[in-house]
Ligand binder design. Sequence first.
Ligand code: PEP
Length: 256
Amino acid sequence: MRRKLIAGNWKMNKTLPEAVELAGELKKQVGNVNDVDVVLCPPFPMLFSVGEIIKDSNIKLGAQNLFWEEQGAFTGEVAAPMLTSVGCQFVIVGHSERRKYFGETNQTVNRRIKAALKFGLTPILCVGETLEQREAGSMETVVTTQVKEGLADFSADEVAKMVIAYEPVWAIGTGRNATPEQAVEVHSLIRELLKSQYGADLANKFRIQYGGSVTPQNANELLQEEEIDGALVGGASLKADSFAAIIKAGELLSHA
Ligand code: PEP
C-alpha cells in the first residue's frame, strides 16, 4: 500500500496571527503523525512562520505555486530556491484556480515543475476537468492531455519524484465531492497512462491524491480506496479540527 499524503491548501486565507494559530493547533493535534505524510500549504508571506512552528514535528511545508525562473526582474513572482530557503519541501503546481484566473497552461505548468524538481521540491501537479467537460464526455481527453503535457519531456526518474492530485473542478469548493467510484475511475486512468509511458514499477509506486470538497465526513470513504493515495484539501484544511480529523482518517486506514 502506498503511503497516503494529506495536504492542506490554504489558498488566499489567513493573516499571520491566524496562520500561526492554525499551525500551532495542528502541531498539537497531529504533529507526531507517523503513518501518513502531512503537508501545509499556506500563502507565501506565512511560509516562514508556519515552517518555524512545524519544523520539529512530522508536518511538512509546501507552497501553492512557484515561478520557473530562479531569480531576477519578475516582479511579484516567487522562485524555487526561495521556497526551499524557507523550508518548503512541496509545491502545488497547476491548481485549477491558477489555470482559470491566472492563465496557467499545461506548458507553463510544465516549466514550473521543471524548476521545482531542479531545487528538490516535490511538485503536486493538479489536473481535473470542469463540469462542462465532464458532461460533454471529454473528461478522459482533458485529464490525459493535462498529464501528458504537464509531464512532457520529463524522464521516468523525474516523474517518480512527483505527485498528481486529481481535482475535478466541479468538486472544488462546491461541497459536492466526487464519489469514490468517480475518483477511482480517473485515478486508474492516470495510473494506466503513467504505466504506459514510464512502466509498471513507477505507476505502482506513484501517489495520486484526490481533491475536491474533502471533509471529515467523506474522508474515510474516499481514502479507503486503494487507488486514492491521499487528499488535497482546501476549505476543510482551514480549521484545525476538521483537517486533523481528515489526517486521522488517513492514519487509521494505514493500520487497516
Ligand atoms: C483545492 O482547492 O485544492 C480544494 C480541493 O478545495 P476544497 O477542498 O475546498 O474543495
